[in-house]
Design a protein around this ligand. Structure first.
Ligand SMILES: Cc1cc2nc3c(=O)[nH]c(=O)nc-3n(C[C@H](O)[C@H](O)[C@H](O)COP(=O)(O)O)c2cc1C
Length: 158
């Protein structure tokens, strides 16, 4: 089985999660950052995994655009969808639902909330102000959910 993990990441957390996931998956796995290649061809892959982070309640625009262009093709793949974000529980679930269309969520073999990070050291001035005001965070915080990544990989490997 050939798998492609496609992601978009601003401060590197979704990329980190994608790398952790890659280690857990069976078969040949490649990673593509949408920043480098905005519409990668999917024909050579049986399995496609899509991952994004959330900023101010919205998914990264490159992911939105990729879904728009490839939704039909994604419906023919062994599919996985994940999100990196700092909200947890119901709020995180809601963000997942607004990120990925219902049709894809229902077709997907694994849907995952992988936690997130506030990488203050990589943020610009405005982002630092927002994170300080909204979350009271002034230094790097990591809450990547490794168990959730393992659970997600097991489902896709099954
Ligand atoms: C300015 C800013 C806004 C954010 N807004 C949200 C949000 O609305 N909901 C949420 O769950 N996480 C939010 N986050 C947390 C990011 O989703 C989290 O930092 C994520 O790990 C970023 O991943 P990336 O480095 O791959 O882009 C925000 C972070 C920043 C810096």
């Amino acid at each position: 089985m050939r798998t492609l993990i496609i992601f978009s990441s601003s401060h590197g957390t979704t990329e980190k999660a994608a790398q952790l996931l890659k280690k857990q998956l069976n078969g040949e796995v490649e990673l593509i950052n949408l920043k480098k290649l905005s519409n990668p061809p999917l024909t050579d892959y049986d399995s496609v995994i899509l991952g994004s982070s959330i900023y101010a309640g919205s998914v990264k625009s490159k992911v939105k655009q990729f879904i728009k262009q490839n939704q039909k093709s994604l419906m023919t793949k062994h599919l996985g969808l994940f999100l990196c974000c700092m909200f947890e529980g119901e709020k995180a679930e809601q963000q997942f639902e607004t990120t990925y269309p219902k049709e894809l969520r229902e077709h997907s073999k694994a849907n995952g909330l992988f936690g997130g990070e506030f990488m203050v050291s990589k943020m610009n001035f405005i982002e630092r102000q927002i994170v300080k005001k909204v979350a009271g965070v002034t230094s790097d915080v990591s809450k990547i959910n490794v168990e959730e990544i393992e659970r997600f990989a097991k489902k896709l490997n099954a």
